[in-house]
Write a new protein. Sequence first.
Lengths: 417, 417
Amino acid sequence: MLSVIAIGDELLIGQVIDTNSGDIARTIAPAGWRLNDVQVVSDKAEDITRAIDRAFESSNIVITTGGIGPTKDDITKNTLCQYFGGEMIEDAAVLQNVKDVVERRGIKLNELTASQAIVPSSCRVIQNRVGTAPIMWFERDGKILVSMPGVPFETRQMFREEVFPQLLERFPSDSAIEHRTMLVTGLTESALAMTLDQWENALPEHLHLAYLPKPGLIRLRLDGMHRDKDFLAQDIDRHFAQLAEIIGENVLHMSDAEPQEILLEHLNRLSLTVATAESCTGGNIAHLITSIAGSSAVFMGSVVAYSNDVKHRLLGVKNETLEQYGAVSIPTVEQMAEGACRSIGTDCSIVTSGIAGPTGGTADKPVGTVCIAVKSPLGIVSHTHRFPGDRNRVIERASTTAIIMLIEQLKRLDSQK
Amino acid sequence: MLSVIAIGDELLIGQVIDTNSGDIARTIAPAGWRLNDVQVVSDKAEDITRAIDRAFESSNIVITTGGIGPTKDDITKNTLCQYFGGEMIEDAAVLQNVKDVVERRGIKLNELTASQAIVPSSCRVIQNRVGTAPIMWFERDGKILVSMPGVPFETRQMFREEVFPQLLERFPSDSAIEHRTMLVTGLTESALAMTLDQWENALPEHLHLAYLPKPGLIRLRLDGMHRDKDFLAQDIDRHFAQLAEIIGENVLHMSDAEPQEILLEHLNRLSLTVATAESCTGGNIAHLITSIAGSSAVFMGSVVAYSNDVKHRLLGVKNETLEQYGAVSIPTVEQMAEGACRSIGTDCSIVTSGIAGPTGGTADKPVGTVCIAVKSPLGIVSHTHRFPGDRNRVIERASTTAIIMLIEQLKRLDSQK
């Protein structure tokens, strides 16, 4: 029912990635709404106009993002004025809002920023509380176009708090949509699909299963659409429970959460603290954990030990071990796991040492070789992995795998209690 | 001249972000090619068919990504067979490739994975060396559609190494495109635009300036298109040099590089090493630096000191300082900067301590307050910042700002030599 048009040359040369359409999709999903399509187009009037025509063919609501900054390369505002009629006028309320936002940021209002207050007379303005670009609501023949900024945090906040509530009031929903997601580890996509083949073939019309593989895990999403909201909720829950039973212990979690969120949930429940000691992942595991609000309750810190000297001095890895087995070895990561808990003062640790590439590989330990150890009250578990792909993929895959290794220990610990 | 269609329900519910179109855009840019548009559509045959029709209206080359995995939710292959004609047949060479890839990954071939070898008879297959989904090249009336996998690293590598070289052979370019990018700091977008107003108005037809603001810095891109390649290269260089002169010391770098790449370039040239000591950025600065291949030559390690205890024990911050001024204070980050160099054994350090939110703010130090210190051979420089936005935006903005603070010291050091 809703289409997004992301406007900007920078999106088409790959300098910036469109994250706004994903934010919008996640915001509307709980209300049973979904995106019909997304178009990414350049800052050219004819491309924008054609995209709007096409979007209105499939949707009665269109959200445009971007192309409304104060600089010359942004021509969306004039194009919308031509499309919906009217003339460009200065709006006093917008000017006041621009002044307020600029003052809060502690910078001076200049002419160009002030020009944000000039808007098409054919739109209703929604004041942008977190930025200077006005949000413009156009309406014609029961179809609505809302023009939003390109800056992700402005669009995220204003769409969630202002635009979407107003759209919901205008178009109360009639058909319900639900989805349930679980995380599965330890199986390839096709092995999982074969396991589920018979069950999947027997699914009713109104339910549908989707496989979303990510490095190191698979998200499995069950989608449903039905006029009867209560029936749908019960029916999807029943099928989802069957699914979990078939997959068994390979289910990591019954949610769409990131592995680091699941880890924090377990640590909080068990009242345990964690540290990381990272070589090849270079702080990425600590970064993933600390991206989650509230992580400071259980995450104490990390030592990123890129050099052997740091592995020895801050984590207590013996020089003999480094000489005899090398930095990328099980004895080294196990000593790092002990050392991380000791020097940071935690119950658990997550440790990596490997060769992320593109250079540094040997016949024995090719690029992608990563030794991972995790320490928990159950002791130390370690394993040597070989991950495919380039440097960033190895880092990403090793980080996810290491977090999952500790989650699995904590699940064992939980089940023993 | 080229359109991308990204296929997959997961993209439209915001569970996965399309990064393939950006990868493709960056790959084709150096050859003077650019994307006309991107469409993101669902796994429905009629949506895919309509998107192809629309893409062929503006482009003679269409790349589709996704929708060709072995599981049931992927229906692209059959839809393409209907669109281009022919029938589904098993291709022996594809089957062999699937077997090879599966064997290299050390897993067993199952029926579903083997079904990847069934392809429309109307396509020419390009073997996917890094995955099991075949790449399919369709051609009709001089128009080409290439169907690629959704998995980003497969599409990135195979498009760069196989598909794009074959497209270039088929369509030698006639008009040249160039762009030059510089990074600007310390100015708002509109202040910069006003500074450049006169110069920008005097730009010739074939040149165009775009502003790409990112947290903490602005990318300024000068685009040019002209039939005469040599003239264009000279002309864009001349204008780009003028631009740099007008902006002066606010130019951080004459490239499109990430701040962490610029930092590594300076450290390498000056033969200096660096460590980070991170509280609120939680390892993100170390992660950004270590994402760059070769960073191990100058980056030694990091202490992520989330708890005060770690700040004291591993970085030597005095308990009196933490008690008197708090963890988020200039005295604390300055001691962390000394401590990081000392305990990790480096010449330089980058240090953060702040309140990323959503909780933890006070009237005195609201959410977004971040103290940053950098140490270099010129001594310690520190500053208290107040960043807008949510947790992840504060982390991102603080990380970029901290890296830029050290770059600026190293530029000073360089100019003194």
